[in-house]
Write a protein of this length. Structure first.
Length: 135
């Protein structure tokens, strides 16, 4: 793994779960981790309820845009976190892959998205504690 690990978060539309995870990884790592995200079938815009839920926790993801997952992103990542993208994510030897089973926030209310957000934050926090040496 490189000195500054690269983590790729992938979900189908790259509009909710992967964007929330990427937002937390950027925020909680303080820039110590390079963060990428993409989707197998990217949506037109970020889920506004996901944006609202993240804003409640002090993380701004309003400037993010759903992106198509590119093979190069997987190739340059140390860790690939998938969230319901199935077989759409290319697999390269030597990469660490994790599949996080999380409810898709699409079409959910803010009250329904908050627990998804909180679970994503918990998982990102655990991931970062494994990646970053303690000071």
């Amino acid at each position: 793994m490189s000195e500054k690990p690269t983590v790729l978060f992938v979900c189908v539309h790259n509009a909710g779960r992967s964007q929330m995870a990427a937002g937390y990884a950027r925020e909680l790592s303080g820039g110590a981790v390079r963060v990428l995200s993409g989707g197998s079938e990217p949506g037109d815009a970020i889920n506004p309820v996901a944006v609202q839920a993240m804003a409640e926790d002090g993380v701004d993801i309003t400037g993010t845009v759903p992106q198509l997952l590119r093979t190069e992103q997987v190739r340059e990542s140390d860790i690939v976190i998938t969230m319901g993208c199935g077989d759409a994510c290319p697999v390269f030897p030597g990469k660490r892959y994790e599949d996080w089973e999380l409810t898709d926030p699409a079409g959910k209310t803010l009250d329904e998205v908050r627990p998804i957000r909180d679970e994503i934050k918990r998982r990102v926090t655990t991931l970062l504690s494994e990646l970053l040496p303690t000071a």
